[in-house]
Each structure stands twice: as structure tokens, then as C-alpha cells.
Design a protein around this ligand. Structure first.
Ligand SMILES: Cc1ncc(COP(=O)(O)O)c(C=O)c1O
Length: 357
């Protein structure tokens, strides 16, 4: 959390992030970053760069590797210091847009970056009565910048690719934050079921990706944007020189390999099993309601008096993410990360005791 920005952020506090809720020895169900150590095929290339840090970074090989992974040309890839930098580049480079619309509830940094760049942001709030699903007709026709997450943090909704694709049109930049796309899976589908990463036919599409979540690389800062070369050239023009470090570039190359993609699919399958277990355990908890069918590494819970419940959980050693800092949610929401079965069982037992007290 960045204190200097929280002072100027509009309510709710867009600068609040789950990492502010952990610490003090709490078990962390607030942050959606996978905690397993990086596999050797990832750790070793990153470590190998430590003997080569006197040189400035060269993004060329990583760019080519990422492009190949998504069946794109290297000039359709812009490597960034995490997805977060991607949002800033978009906000800074596209200062000329007149009607930027952010679809909420979603991760708050896209809107925060737009505001910091001086944009007047319009919020489109999805409705809990629709399980936070998007009706594309609700997006104003003259919105020339639209930002949406898929799957969405914090709702865990996975919008159909065609619903998102329907938002693309000439004269509009459509930003799809796919930071969690690698956590999604569908029976019979070989890849990420609703991703637009490979779509080259949609005008103005910018796909934002992150290597933070599945690979546990939040501290390394590596992500990328996929889109048309003309658009990426505009964003690259406002990016600081050498923004992505040599170790981060090594991670980008490694995570684009066939081995990595296979491993990602296996992790997503395990995650789905763990998520099913969490969902089943939550099903009969008094006062706790799960929205829709969660599709990512976290679930969103409607819990009347969530603040009291969150405090009680903290007293018992558990950190969950408050929901009230997300536009479109209120005081009655908590986001809970999917963890292994034992952690889930221990968590749900404590939550049950609190809810039944
Ligand atoms: C939906 C979403 N997008 C992007 C990010 C930022 O990712 P990165 O670490 O790549 O900047 C986050 C981090 O919480 C997120 O939840």
C-alpha cells in the first residue's frame, strides 16, 4: 500500500491491497499469490542472471519467447514491471481519451492509475443480482477506453470471451486484465478457456498479463501487454528505459516455455480441486453466501457484518481480504484465497465457530 496515494485517493480506498492485511504471524488468506517455491526451470535462470547484472537489460529474447507463447509477433508484446506498470503506461499514454470507463468491482489499480494521470473515470458497477456478470450493452457506446478484469478480482467471475470481445470496436481501447487468466481451466479445453491473449482480430484490444500470481513472483515485478504494434508503441514511448530488470526478463522467458505452460495447466487443475473443496465447505455455513461460480484463485463471500467477522478471524490468527475497498462492494464482503485442503478445513472450522457464536 502506498501511503502518499491513499491521501488523495477517492473513497473507497483504491490504494488498499491485500498485503496490508497480513503480518503479525497471521495465516494469509488475504493475498492471492501462490506461495510454492519456484521450480528449478524458473529459479535457475533467474539466479544465473546475478552474475550478469553489470549489463543493461536486453528484452529481445524474452519478448520473442512471450510472443511465441501467445502466437503473436514480438512487436505485439510490451514487457512491463508487473501488470501494475502496464496500467500506468495505459493511463499516461492515452491522455487523449474522453470517456474512460472502468468495470467494477475489480482490482483498483487500473482506476487509480487513470486518476493519477488526470483522467475523469466513470465506473460501471456490475450487480450482485446478476452474480457480477457483465451485460456488454451497459457499457456506454462512446466509451473510448474500457477496462475490465477477466477473471475478475475480487469476484472470481470468469466472463465468456465473446462477452468481452463484444466490447471491442474501432475508436475504443479495450483493456482486459488477465492477471489471473492462468488460474482458469475448463473441462475439455486445453488452455485458458476465456482468454483473449491470442486474439488479433479485435480492434483496440490490450491484454494485460502478470507472472506474479501463479509463479509467486510478486517481488520480481514482471508482466506484459499484448496488443497491436501501433498501440504498444504509444505505451512504450512513456515507459522508463530498462524498466524490466534482467532477472525479471529471465523469468518472462522461462514462464513462456512449453514446460511452464504445461506446469501452469497442472497448477490450475489442482487449484480447481482445492477451490471445489473450499466452496463445498463454505456451502452450509450460516450467514455466509458465495456469489456465482468462482473461477480463480479466490472466492468472494457475502457476510453481513464482515468487518466484525474479519476482526474475529484476525484474533484467531487468520487474515482475509476486506471487500469494502472495492468500488461496487459494501461493508458485507470478504475475499478468501483458495489454499490447500488442510488450510481450508482449519479456516472453515474457525469461521463456523465465529458465525455460530
Ligand atoms: C487483477 C489484478 N491485476 C493486476 C495485479 C497486479 O499484478 P502485478 O504484480 O503483475 O503488478 C493484481 C495484483 O493484485 C491483480 O489482482
Amino acid at each position: 500500500m502506498s501511503d502518499h496515494r491513499s491521501a488523495v485517493a477517492a473513497e473507497p480506498d483504491l490504494a488498499h491491497h491485500g498485503d496490508a492485511e497480513v503480518g503479525d504471524g497471521l495465516i494469509d488468506l488475504a493475498v492471492n499469490v501462490r506461495r510454492a517455491s519456484p521450480p528449478a526451470w524458473l529459479a535457475e535462470p533467474i539466479a544465473a542472471t546475478l552474475s550478469d547484472l553489470a549489463r543493461y537489460p536486453d528484452p529481445t529474447p524474452a519478448r520473442a519467447a512471450v510472443a511465441a507463447r501467445h502466437r503473436r509477433h514480438p512487436n505485439e508484446v510490451l514487457l512491463t514491471a508487473g501488470a501494475a506498470e502496464g496500467f500506468v503506461l495505459i493511463a499516461q499514454a492515452l491522455r487523449g481519451v474522453r470517456r474512460p470507463v472502468v468495470v467494477h468491482p475489480q482490482f483498483t489499480e487500473p482506476e487509480a492509475a487513470l486518476r493519477a494521470a488526470g483522467h475523469t473515470v466513470e465506473r460501471l458497477l456490475l450487480d450482485v443480482a446478476d452474480d457480477f456478470r457483465l451485460d456488454p450493452a451497459r457499457v456506454p457506446a462512446d466509451a473510448d477506453l474500457v477496462m475490465i478484469g477477466n477473471p475478475t478480482n475480487p469476484t472470481s467471475v470468469l466472463h465468456p470471451a465473446e462477452t468481452i470481445a463484444a466490447l471491442a470496436r474501432p475508436g475504443r481501447v479495450l483493456v482486459v486484465d488477465e492477471a489471473f487468466a492462468d488460474t482458469t481451466i475448463a473441462p475439455g479445453h486445453p488452455g485458458e478457456p476465456e482468454s483473449l491473449a491470442e486474439r488479433r482480430d479485435l480492434p483496440g484490444l490490450l491484454v494485460v498479463r502478470s507472472l506474479t500470481k501463479t509463479w509467486g513472483l510478486a517481488g520480481l515485478r514482471i508482466g506484459y501487454l499484448l496488443g497491436a504494434p501501433e498501440l504498444l508503441t504509444r505505451l512504450a514511448a512513456v515507459q522508463p528505459l530498462w524498466a524490466v530488470s534482467t532477472p525479471a526478463l529471465a523469468a518472462a522467458s522461462a514462464c513462456a516455455s512449453a514446460v511452464a505452460v504445461r506446469a501452469e495447466r497442472a497448477i490450475a487443475a489442482d487449484l480447481a480441486t482445492d477451490r471445489d473443496h473450499l466452496v463445498a465447505r463454505l456451502a452450509d455455513l450460516p450467514g455466509v453466501r458465495l456469489v456465482g461460480r468462482p473461477a480463480s484463485a479466490f472466492v468472494l463471500l457475502r457476510v453481513p457484518g464482515a468487518s466484525r467477522v474479519r476482526s474475529a478471524l484476525r484474533e484467531r490468527g487468520w487474515a482475509v481480504r476486506r471487500g469494502d475497498t472495492f468500488p461496487g462492494l459494501g461493508p458485507d464482503w470478504l475475499r478468501v484465497a483458495v489454499r490447500d485442503r488442510d488450510t481450508t478445513d482449519a479456516f472453515v472450522d474457525v469461521l463456523r465457530e465465529i458465525m455460530e457464536a
